[in-house]
Ligand binder design. Structure first.
Ligand SMILES: C[S@@+](CC[C@H](N)C(=O)[O-])C[C@H]1O[C@@H](n2cnc3c(N)ncnc32)[C@H](O)[C@@H]1O
Ligand code: SF4
Length: 492
């Protein structure tokens, strides 16, 4: 696509225009050498009485125009100049694109991955829930239902965070290995026999980093409240490896303030009764067991190599063993799925007694096998995905599961979102701390990112580890102690 941008303001760069454009044109490449007749264009200018934007969008033979002028517009909250510029651009774009494609985007022109952070920002400054909902609907073009979802989630987060102190922190351990790779997945996960062979040396290095990190947590005066072992698929570890890693954790963790200890078991085909008993005996009180769907045909279609029967058996076993919180992940919009089949998946996990259910929406990233193998799987209108997430929202809320964390991803089908729902008291604090960047989260292992958040929560420093296990093993940068200590000496 050729995009002509005439930007007579200093507020938004070309990248912003392109990112906005991708909302209706996912996966487009912006190329100067595209024939001129296919060019879409934007004109954004500052006038005496506000910002004016006009856009002409083209898709094949079709063309649509839209414009917006902020003159006289009174937003629901105080807007900065750049907010007004973004509004003129966003509204002109939505106006043209909805005519061109015949559907509206649920999140309007909001581009960020964390819309709840924005809702929370305004709630924290004393605006009422109704005002923030109106802001989302009228000023950002968000649908009424998504505005309610964002505000409701932010309000529940605020309740969860009420006892969080500025020096509270989380700890994440990455186990980026899986028995096989699922076709839709773009997470870093090693699944070939050669890479799986790295697990023993990976665990040795991980334990070293863990011990060091726990020491630094103590030395910097942080209070560890939430621990999360994620992946990949941590339950791929064999019973001896599990015991070894958990013993190390048990001996070095500062335990005084820990409120939760979660373990993403994940794939049912990696979980056994013995492993569940080990987790329980080491004090892990929250685990995930993820079906993604309870339709065997869909599981085959997405290359996820376990059966629905395996999921049911492991879920019932975990219930009997008695973990305090069980989480299940579902994905809306999977290829081969239908509305009825998604409804059944949701009702299955509800009936099995999962108090914490995360409803993801399929996102198709470059590194996923699916992108290359399925024609048209990435449907920007995302009719199925949208119906499924709307159904989940209605059904879970009326059943007593409330939304407590939410995030969006690039290339998410139907421009929808991922939402964690939980019965009261069954939420996952770690997810909220990490997603809202509310507290420091120390991370150990390949692909993991430590996020340091200062006491007044207005500075964030990201320290990314090496992406892949073999790089992590090849280059030992340690846990970046000097950077961590410098950050806290500067801001605490
Ligand atoms: C880091 S993955 C690990 C979970 C675990 N390995 C498993 O598969 O059960 C966490 C969750 O992200 C979701 N997920 C992964 N890839 C996704 C994609 N492309 N689109 C939407 N959700 C995705 C799945 O629901 C998955 O359970
Ligand atoms: S979805 Fe889970 S099991 Fe499948 S490849 Fe991704 S991380 Fe591994």
């Amino acid at each position: 696509m050729k995009l002509t941008i005439e930007n007579k303001t200093t507020f938004l760069n070309d990248y912003y225009f392109q990112t906005l454009c991708l909302l209706y044109f996912p996966g487009e490449k912006f190329r100067e050498d595209d024939p001129g007749e296919n060019a879409s264009s934007f004109l954004l200018e500052r006038r005496d009485s506000g910002f004016y934007c006009k856009t002409v969008l083209k898709a094949g033979e079709r063309t649509a125009e839209g414009s917006f002028f902020t003159e006289g517009y009174v937003p629901k909250v105080t807007f900065s100049e750049s907010d007004f510029a973004a509004m003129a651009l966003g509204k002109a774009y939505l106006n043209a694109a909805s005519k061109l494609f015949g559907f509206a985007l649920p999140w309007g022109y909001l581009l960020g991955l964390r819309p709840v952070k924005r809702a929370k920002y305004y709630l924290d400054r004393g605006y009422s829930e109704q005002t923030v909902e109106d802001l989302f609907v009228y000023d950002y073009g968000v649908s009424v239902q998504k505005a309610r979802l964002a505000v409701e989630t932010a309000a529940l987060e605020n309740k969860m965070l009420v006892d969080t102190r500025p020096n509270d922190c989380g700890l994440y351990l990455s186990i980026p290995f899986c028995p096989t790779k699922c076709d839709y997945c773009s997470f870093i996960s090693c699944a070939t026999p050669k890479l799986l062979g790295l697990i023993p040396s990976y665990l040795e290095r991980l334990k070293r980093d863990l011990v060091e990190t726990c020491r630094v947590i103590r030395e910097t005066g942080m209070r560890l409240t939430a621990v999360y072992v994620g992946g990949g698929t941590p339950s791929i570890l064999d019973p001896e490896q599990l015991k070894d890693l958990l013993s190390c954790l048990n001996s070095c963790l500062p335990k005084e303030h820990i409120r939760e200890f979660s373990f993403e078991a994940g794939r049912p085909d990696t979980i056994t009764e013995e492993k569940l008993q080990i987790l329980k005996s080491f004090g892990i009180d929250r685990i995930s067991i993820n079906p993604q769907t309870t339709n065997d045909e869909v599981l085959k279609r997405i290359g996820r190599k376990h059966s629905v029967k395996q999921f049911f058996e492991i879920a019932k076993l975990a219930k009997t063993i008695g973990f305090s919180v069980l989480n299940a992940d579902l994905i809306a919009g999977l290829p081969g799925d239908t509305e009825d089949s998604f409804r059944k998946s949701l009702s299955d996990v509800m009936e099995l007694g999962f108090d914490n259910i995360t409803v993801h929406t399929l996102s198709v990233k470059k590194s996923a096998v699916l992108r290359f193998s399925e024609d048209g799987v990435y449907d920007p209108a995302g009719v199925l995905a949208r119906k499924c997430v709307e159904y989940a929202w209605e059904t879970l809320r009326s059943g007593g599961w409330m939304p407590y964390y939410l995030y969006r991803q690039k290339n998410i089908v139907g421009n929808a979102e991922n939402v964690g729902y939980a019965k009261p008291g069954m939420e996952n604090l770690y997810n909220v701390l990490m997603m809202e960047e509310y507290s420091t989260v120390f991370s150990c292992g390949a692909g993991a990112i430590t996020k340091l958040v200062n006491g007044s929560r207005d500075q964030i420093c990201r320290l990314a580890n090496q992406k892949y296990p073999y790089e992590y093993l090849d280059t030992d940068l340690g846990i970046r102690e000097p950077e961590i200590k410098e950050f806290f000496s500067q801001y605490s």
